[in-house]
Design a protein around this ligand. Structure first.
Ligand SMILES: Cc1ncc(COP(=O)(O)O)c(C=O)c1O
Length: 366
């Protein structure tokens, strides 16, 4: 069959690397079980209340979901003490990225972003015929001064992933505040805060109070991470009501499914669960980072539920072969790099043991 030509923008795109499925890994390495530490999900699951809300919602599956996502949006608005017209609920926060590029990027427009960050920014910009202008990180962190330098007359949006995926780092509070203040008002500033609830640092900028002052600011959050609802696909963006109106024009009518709406509304109400997970995660984060430091293995300081690890010694392949399924990465200057989602102590300890054993067997080569 003759190849049917896609749009030229689509030709440039490489599909998202999902990696082997858990089943494939089990078969490949002859393992009975694996620990999935590759996608930054919440190892503690979700609030116990969620199951009941889903069971109830199952009674009305024959209806289309509420296209206005009214209950969830009201709950989010109450939770943050914001007006409802500032909130757009979505099929994962990734959908808001897609809607933003769909609505605002024309061929030739540019979007400034970090060189190592959430890859969906670049993909969605390129799909619309735009250009991703990537700026190298400084010590695993967004280099906001260098990003500012890249802003020109073609720039339509700037992405700041805070904390950054995959490095886990945050940008300094004052630095980010100054950056937001310097961006021209006709350029969108997209602050992706998918891991917001995991942050414990006092150096983190609380962005929501800035929304009124900066109508070009958009904040993305999700129910996929600490709320433990990744499988249902629900996220949201908080922004100026005028931008919400524009995004409504390009979104699917029933973008958030019925079960996801019910589950997210219930999950939001259980802040005890969220606090508990954040606390347990911070303990594990400290444990893992302390052990990595003792082993003299490189990592970036994380404010998330994952840690980016790098070394001159191949580690990731051995972890995966042992059923500790981390996400392999590439970091220039290092033989190996990977991102490990933090689990329970029962998940994290084996990672440290495998690394420690590898180093011992190689006479301590790092
Ligand atoms: C930084 C960041 N933004 C957005 C997303 C998308 O999350 P979701 O679409 O599940 O809400 C992810 C998921 O890994 C992420 O890491």
């Amino acid at each position: 069959m003759a190849k049917i030509q896609t749009r030229s923008a689509v030709e440039k795109i490489v599909s998202y690397p999902l990696g082997d499925s858990p089943e494939e890994i089990k078969t490949k390495f002859n393992l009975k079980a694996i620990r999935k530490m590759s996608d930054n999900e919440n190892v503690y699951g979700c609030s116990a209340e969620v199951k009941d809300s889903i069971t109830k919602a199952m009674n009305s599956l024959y209806f289309y979901p509420d296209g206005t996502v009214s209950l969830l949006i009201r709950k989010i608005a109450d939770f943050y003490n914001l007006s409802e017209d500032r909130i757009l609920a979505s099929n994962g926060s990734e959908e808001i990225i897609r809607l933003l590029t769909r609505a605002y990027i024309s061929p030739g427009d540019e979007a400034v972003m970090a060189q190592i960050t959430f890859p969906r920014y670049e993909t969605n910009v390129v799909i619309e015929g735009g250009k991703a202008v990537s700026v190298p990180l400084r010590n695993g962190t967004h280099d906001l001064d260098a990003m500012y330098e890249k802003i020109g007359h073609k720039t339509k949006m700037v992405f700041v992933c805070n904390p950054n995926n995959p490095t886990g780092t945050i940008v300094g509070k004052d630095e980010l505040y100054r950056f937001i203040g310097k961006i021209p008002p006709d350029i969108l500033i997209i602050l992706d805060e998918a891991y917001y609830e995991y942050v414990t640092s006092k150096e983190y900028l609380e962005s929501l109070p800035l929304l009124k002052q900066y109508p070009n600011l958009i904040v993305l959050r999700t129910f996929s991470k600490i709320y433990g609802l990744a499988g249902l696909r629900v996220g949201y963006g908080i922004m100026d009501p005028e931008i919400v109106k524009e995004l409504h024009k390009v979104k699917d009518v029933f973008n958030v499914n019925h079960l996801a709406q019910a589950a997210a509304a219930t999950a939001l109400a259980d802040q005890e669960f969220v606090k508990n997970c954040s606390k347990k995660n911070a303990v594990e984060r400290e444990f893992v980072c302390e052990k990595l430091a003792e082993l003299n293995i490189g990592f970036f300081p994380s404010q998330t539920n994952f840690v980016y690890v790098f070394s001159q010694h191949p580690i990731a392949a051995s972890l995966i072969a042992n059923g500790l399924v981390v996400r392999q990465m590439k970091l220039p200057g290092y033989a190996d790099a990977f991102r490990m989602t933090l689990g329970t102590r029962g998940d994290n300890e084996p990672v440290i043991s495998v690394i420690s054993e590898l180093l011992n067997n190689k006479g301590g080569v790092r």
